[in-house]
Design a protein around this ligand. Structure first.
Ligand SMILES: [Fe+2]
Length: 417
């Protein structure tokens, strides 16, 4: 009934006429040609106007791809059309130049799980981050520009998918996503999602553009690491003092990269905030952080949010280096850094949003110079001795901010898993 020639008219095209030769960035003559990314059948928008073209690879040779457009954007793709494609073709593709349109359409796809959508968004964010973190590529302003725009597209879709998520929901979603290279990509993507969620918890009426900026800050917070030698970045052991000094340059490097780059054409994105996140995410609330020993509200609120997201993800998300803490233990450990490393008021909101009642049993803490951005074989816990009491931090917070209380009656869901 839904044979393409009689029903769909010009939206289905003659394969031979639309053949495009190769998927590489440059062909043998050095001329730039299009590239394509694969898309799952279940994540193609149906019963609405399709905002992107669909392609297949018609080549039978693995090394000689030949992409052919099989469906024109602007036409209605019905479920039966997609079923026909599923029967006939192994894989669908979209032009890389239309990735933003594909990502925007994801939120409208009915019947797909959020985790499937988040996986696509994660893959996209990784592909953009790779273009700056991959040392084999020449780093140019153009590359940075494409990365920033791609990160923005990924974050826009992220904001849509996690729109109704609290921090516990984000944690569960992260646990379902596939693992790549934790400290280079996964961690930044996780920090982006947590940052969006924390900002929403702080201000449920936050504008979409503010949520996007929070997410972009999280995604790009460690961009300065592209200038740090890989042997130091990937060292999961204890760093020498010399190497730690090198690591400590990454906020300045990242800030410099963004300042040297003309960001004015990325309309609707406040790059001054993103630059501050990149520059200030290792500042500690009590002024003991780096690079400028900023303290309290001298640190951008977005950077204070990122610092909490960074800390929480580093100790709760499983990766190849160390075992992770339960939500309960992670919050207990973080609570010992309140007022020193992290902002007390933001942490109170974070804790309530996680919806967990702390039991105050943890006898371990992480030092103020714990670096959530760095691989660790073993988390460098300290036992809490008599000199370091949590009440001391709260006493200081009370002096500085007034008493901060946790309303346990609000925690109706009980302990998170
Ligand atoms: Fe960092």
């Amino acid at each position: 009934m839904h044979g393409k020639s009689d029903k769909n008219g010009d939206k289905f095209l003659n394969l031979n006429e639309e053949a495009i030769p190769m998927s590489q960035e440059e062909n043998s003559a050095g001329r730039k040609v299009k590239s394509y990314f694969s898309v799952s059948f279940g994540l193609v928008l149906i019963d609405k106007m399709l905002p992107y073209d669909l392609y297949i690879n018609s080549s039978t040779h693995a090394k000689r791809e030949k992409f052919v457009r099989i469906f024109h954007k602007g036409n209605l793709l019905e479920g039966t059309d997609l079923e026909e494609f599923r029967r006939k073709y192994h894989q669908l593709y979209v032009d890389e130049a239309e990735r933003d349109l594909y990502l925007q359409s994801l939120v409208k796809v009915d019947g797909a799980e959020d985790v499937q959508k988040a996986e696509v968004i994660k893959d996209s964010a990784i592909s953009y981050l790779k273009s700056v973190f991959n040392s084999e590529h020449e780093f140019t302003n153009e590359v940075l520009d494409e990365t920033i725009e791609g990160c923005r597209e990924s974050v826009e879709s992220m904001v849509d998918v996690i729109e109704d998520y609290d921090i516990t929901d984000v944690h569960k979603l992260i646990g379902q996503l596939s693992f790549h290279d934790f400290y280079t990509y996964d961690h930044s993507i996780n920090v982006a999602m947590y940052s969006i969620s924390i900002l929403k918890a702080l201000n449920p009426k936050a504008d979409r553009k503010d949520l996007v900026v929070a997410g972009m800050g999280g995604l790009l917070h460690d961009i300065g690491k592209i200038k740090i030698p890989t042997r130091i970045i990937n060292n999961p052991g204890k760093l020498s003092d010399e190497d730690f000094q090198v690591i400590k340059d990454h906020p300045d490097f990242g800030y410099g990269l963004l300042c040297d780059h003309d960001c004015s054409h990325h309309e609707g994105v406040d790059f001054d905030i993103i630059k501050r996140v990149v520059h200030e995410h290792h500042e500690n609330y009590n002024g003991t952080g780096y690079p400028n020993n900023l303290k309290g509200t001298e640190i951008s609120v977005y950077a204070r949010i990122t610092a909490i997201a960074d800390f929480y993800d580093a100790i709760t998300t499983k990766r190849s280096y160390h075992e992770v803490l339960s939500t309960q233990d992670a919050l207990e450990v973080m609570s010992h850094s309140v007022g020193r490393k992290i902002d007390p008021k933001i942490f109170e909101v974070f804790k309530k949003n996680v919806n967990i009642i702390l039991e105050g049993k943890s006898k371990i803490q992480l030092p103020d110079d714990f670096d959530p951005c760095q691989p660790q074989n073993i988390l460098p816990f300290d036992k809490i001795g008599p000199k370091i009491q949590r009440s001391d931090f709260l006493k200081k917070d009370e002096q500085d901010f007034g008493r901060v209380k946790t309303d346990k009656k609000d925690n109706k869901k009980g302990r998170a898993s």
